[in-house]
Design a protein around this ligand. Structure first.
Ligand code: SAH
Length: 231
């Protein structure tokens, strides 16, 4: 056998090991879904996504045992993977329908992206940290998750060339509501954005007409800050 083939086999084995999912993990995911249900998550598509997505593969392996607790965790570039409850709450509040065109600001680990894809949305996602952008662009397809576009850019600007969107979700704490995001929403569409500095108020905008938006404040959350420009 040529050496090349052995090397190939070795790499394949490494990949399989890295992407390991087990009955134990499945059990922990089912428990997590039960915890989220008790906290008010009732959307069956969201709960099914939580039960299905191997969250432990989205975080650093040293935290693997904590992956299915309802907690946020550090990922690369001083960022965090949002708490499962927050991901579930945002996904439920967006009322994602099959085929919805969804813009996500703050790809991060790609976990929220995976939830949106499990809900059968067409996902466009923007990340401003190059390190995370690279890592997550390589990682998501390994699990079979394919957003329409994963973009390295500044989410404050939205994605004009693809707009309008049915739904826009911001997964970082915004100091203010960026106008381009409101402008890039379809009529009837929803923008869900945590607004504030140290802690944020989860704010939902529903576009009623070209000029009218209904605003709902949905409680306090804590996110890493939404920063301007790329890095
Ligand atoms: N949805 C992610 C949450 C990651 S935390 C997950 O499930 O893991 C928020 C992310 O927003 C970070 O990765 C951060 O780098 C990114 N971010 C911050 N400001 C941004 C901006 N202006 N545009 C795009 N992404 C931004």
């Amino acid at each position: 056998m040529p050496i090349f083939n052995d090397k190939f086999l070795f790499l394949e084995l490494q990949t399989i090991h890295f992407l390991k999912d087990s009955h134990k993990h499945q059990g922990l995911r089912n428990q997590l879904a039960t915890v989220l249900k008790a906290k008010g998550i009732h959307d069956e598509a969201v709960l099914a996504a939580i039960k299905k997505i191997p969250r432990h593969l989205f975080i650093d392996s040293s935290f693997e045992e904590h992956a299915y607790q309802d907690k946020a965790f550090p990922i690369a570039a001083e960022q965090t993977i949002s708490q499962p409850y927050t991901v579930a709450f945002q996904s439920q509040t967006l009322e994602v329908q099959k085929g919805d065109k969804v813009l996500e600001i703050g790809t991060g680990s790609g976990y929220q992206t995976a939830v949106l894809l499990e809900m059968k949305a067409e996902v466009y996602t923007i990340e401003r940290q190059h390190e995370l952008f690279k890592k997550t662009s390589l990682f998501l397809p390994k699990l079979g998750y394919r957003p329409k576009k994963l973009i390295f850019g500044d989410g404050y600007k939205g994605l004009k060339e693809i707009a309008p969107f049915d739904k826009i979700i911001v997964t970082a704490g915004a100091p203010y509501v960026p106008n381009p995001l409101l402008a890039q929403l379809k009529i009837g569409g929803r923008l869900l954005i945590p607004v504030g500095d140290k802690t944020q108020i989860m704010t939902l905008f529903i576009r009623k007409s070209a000029k009218e938006f209904e605003k709902h404040e949905l409680g306090d959350f804590a996110f890493v800050p939404m920063l301007e420009e790329k890095n």
